[in-house]
Design a protein around this ligand. Structure first.
Ligand code: GTP
Ligand code: MG
Length: 328
């Protein structure tokens, strides 16, 4: 799907000229930039670092939830409304699926669900699976969001599939997090209840045409009564395929933005998000470095083997690896 990544001869590969094309709204430069950051290319990093001071204006909207609940359909309907309400706005969509290498089928599915928007010059859509992200998916999606911001996107949608820890990590950079559920997403409701999943800003119950929608709504509402934060997440019922409830969802998103605009909440959240992002990226990098070193250095391998022989306990093994890999 998406805008095809231009071939290497089509655009100059140096960061400076890519940056100036990208900020002037060139979609091909944007596509190229995202491919570079996905591949962990140093030029991609140079590009982002040069553009970073000019970012921060885009609204980041995280759309997260279990597989198949209708996240893409919902974004399609939301974008449709937004294109009418604010025709000059630019919109970026990054779909991240940490569990999938992105099969042709999945791409085809999104092509259908976001079909109205693929030819729209003001909408840029990109999907990311697990394949080929040398720097990790969280890193690639953050960088892609920054590039979209620099390109001039007013609204950036970040779709992440799943309700596990890593998906929530990716969604954490968002200014507003929308959790999408559908009747029958029992696991997600359990996770909310158990406090495994942080309470999102807005909860959508999509597929409201389903007979169990009201039951689901009541279940979620009862969980939220236990939540004592100053912002109580509204629950919105939608029917994405028919565009039902989308206007109400936008109203709630705007209400959340207004709430965040007060008392320095927005700045505080962005600070917290960015700092937590840095720790996430740092941990991912540290892990990769550890794993790579263990593979190439027989002495580190030996420490693990000693653990298996019960000569070295797991914590001592960990400390030995740490010392070897990070203390130099
Ligand atoms: N009945 C009904 N079906 C819906 C609704 N919204 C979406 N669907 C259908 O649900 C299926 C999944 O929709 P997607 O939008 O791809 O869901 P998703 O959450 O993006 O899926 P993944 O990205 O694969 O996790 C599709 O067949 C949609 O047509 C709805 O409101 N009602
Ligand atoms: Mg999807």
């Amino acid at each position: 799907m998406d805008d095809p990544a231009p071939t290497s001869t089509a655009l100059p590969a140096d960061a400076a000229s890519l940056a100036s094309r990208l900020t002037s709204g060139d979609r091909r430069a944007l596509a190229r930039g995202i491919s570079l950051v996905e591949n962990g290319d140093p030029i991609g990093h140079e590009l982002v670092s040069g553009l970073y001071p000019a970012t921060g204006d885009a609204h980041l909207l995280g759309i997260t939830g279990p597989p198949g609940v209708g996240k893409s359909s919902l974004m399609g309907a939301m974008v449709k409304d937004l294109r009418v309400a604010r025709p000059d706005d630019r919109i970026g969509i990054v779909s991240v699926d940490p569990s999938s290498p992105f099969t042709e089928g999945a791409l085809l599915g999104d092509r259908i669900r976001l079909a109205d928007h693929f030819l729209d010059r003001n909408v840029f859509i990109r999907s990311m699976g697990t394949r080929g992200h040398l720097g990790g998916l969280a890193e690639a999606s953050l960088q892609a969001a920054l590039l979209l911001d620099a390109w001039g996107a007013d609204e950036v949608f970040l779709e992440t599939v799943g309700v596990g820890q890593s998906e929530i990590e990716i969604a954490r950079i968002a200014d507003t997090i929308v959790l999408v559920l559908m009747p029958g997403s029992g696991d997600a409701v359990q996770a909310l209840k158990a406090g495994v999943m942080e309470i999102p800003d807005i909860i959508v119950i999509n597929k409201a045409d389903h007979p169990m929608a009201k039951t689901m709504h009541a279940q979620v509402r009862s969980i939220l009564t236990l939540d004592r934060r100053e912002w109580t997440p509204p629950i919105v019922e939608t029917e994405a395929v028919r565009g039902e409830g989308i206007e109400k969802l936008w109203d709630k998103i705007h209400a959340h933005r207004e709430h965040m605009a007060q008392d320095g909440r927005f700045e505080a959240r962005r600070r917290a998000n960015l700092e937590s992002e840095v720790f996430t990226l740092a941990s991912a990098r540290a892990l990769r470095r550890l794993q790579a070193r263990v593979e190439e250095d027989p002495r580190l391998r030996e420490a693990l083997d000693a653990m298996h022989r019960r000569e070295l306990d797991p914590l001592s093994t960990t400390m030995r690896l740490f010392e070897e890999v990070f203390s130099s």
